[in-house]
Write a protein that binds this ligand. Structure first.
Ligand code: SAM
Length: 284
């Protein structure tokens, strides 16, 4: 269907199917025609590639991905959208819609079955109520994908892409940077959606690293240290690690000394390597 991001075309197809938006499912559909082609281009949609999308809406991004890549698999939880997508994406024979919750799909199996021997990338305008669980789930399960190009709430993008040592940095920034190189691509105003959300959005790309950013003896230690360090933002490492790792102040002082990290720093002042040094010092 032509002009899928045209507001009157979307209104018409939605009303013919008696569709009403679900706020709970984060249903804000794109109506700005410039956004999806840019996302698809910058998201690695190209000949020979397989693309995974999360949340089809009326298929506006799905169509742009299908025009550029060999195959698109889109995971959409809302079964009311299936007859709509049958109509809007009728001209494409390289799209498969999987009607499931993305957090419950076995993505390793899906990739092996749908994209054998193909490079794969994720490209999606994410439902904002589960942005972090989706991104963390995709990264932690170490899928054979090259990148995630996703639209998220502007503030979430700032946190995800924040540099270690900056004021915006949080546990999510460190964990994301462990697996990927994050990059801010472009901003999208709230008026680009129907219905318009209360927040602006940002498209980011997370390029998966071949090797994690730092060498860690035991990954679970690294994630425990990062989580503990950021658990109380204004407190020093000595305090946050003591409560987060259930160790007394003397043990924490010894740990930080082994790691070569000064104990009165706060988590936001640490580099990736310093988090790694503390994690590795837990098991010398
Ligand atoms: N891609 C469309 C666009 O850009 O207009 C729709 C994006 S809309 C922000 C998010 C989409 O994700 C909706 O279609 C919603 O139904 C779907 N969704 C919400 N939760 C989901 C989940 N857990 N698994 C899969 N899809 C989900």
């Amino acid at each position: 269907m032509e002009n899928l991001s045209n507001i009157s075309v979307i209104r018409d197809v939605l009303s013919r199917h008696g569709f009403s938006f679900s706020k709970g499912l984060g249903q804000n559909f794109l109506i700005n025609p410039t956004v999806c082609p840019r996302m698809a281009e910058m998201g690695n949609a190209q000949p020979g590639w397989g693309m995974i999308e999360i949340g089809a809406g009326v298929g506006v991004l799905t169509a742009e991905l299908a025009q550029r890549a060999d195959k698109v698999v889109c995971i959409e939880i809302d079964s009311r959208l299936l007859p709509i997508l049958d109509e809007t994406l009728a001209e494409y024979n390289n799209i498969k819609i999987v009607n499931q919750d993305v957090l419950k799909v076995d993505l390793h199996k899906l990739i092996a079955e749908e994209f054998p021997n193909m490079p794969v990338a994720v490209c999606a305008n994410l439902p904002y109520y589960i942005t972090s669980p989706i991104i963390m789930n995709l990264l932690e399960s170490r899928l054979p994908i090259s990148s995630l190009t996703v639209m998220v709430q502007k503030e979430a993008a700032q946190r995800i892409c924040a540099m270690p040592g900056s004021r915006e940095v949080g546990a999510v920034s460190i964990v994301v940077r462990y697996y990927c190189e994050p990059k801010v691509l472009f901003q999208v105003s709230r008026g680009s959606f129907m219905p318009a959300p209360d927040v602006d959005s940002t498209v980011i790309r997370l390029d998966i690293r071949k090797q994690p950013a730092v060498d860690i003896k035991r990954e679970e230690d690294f994630f425990r240290v990062v989580k503990a360090a950021f658990s109380q933002r204004r407190k020093t490492l000595s305090n946050t690690l003591s409560s987060g790792l259930s160790m007394n102040k003397t043990q924490i002082a010894e740990l930080l000394e082994r790691a070569g990290v000064v104990s009165n720093l706060r988590a936001e002042q640490l580099s990736m390597q310093q988090f790694a040094d503390i994690a590795n010092a837990l098991n010398p």
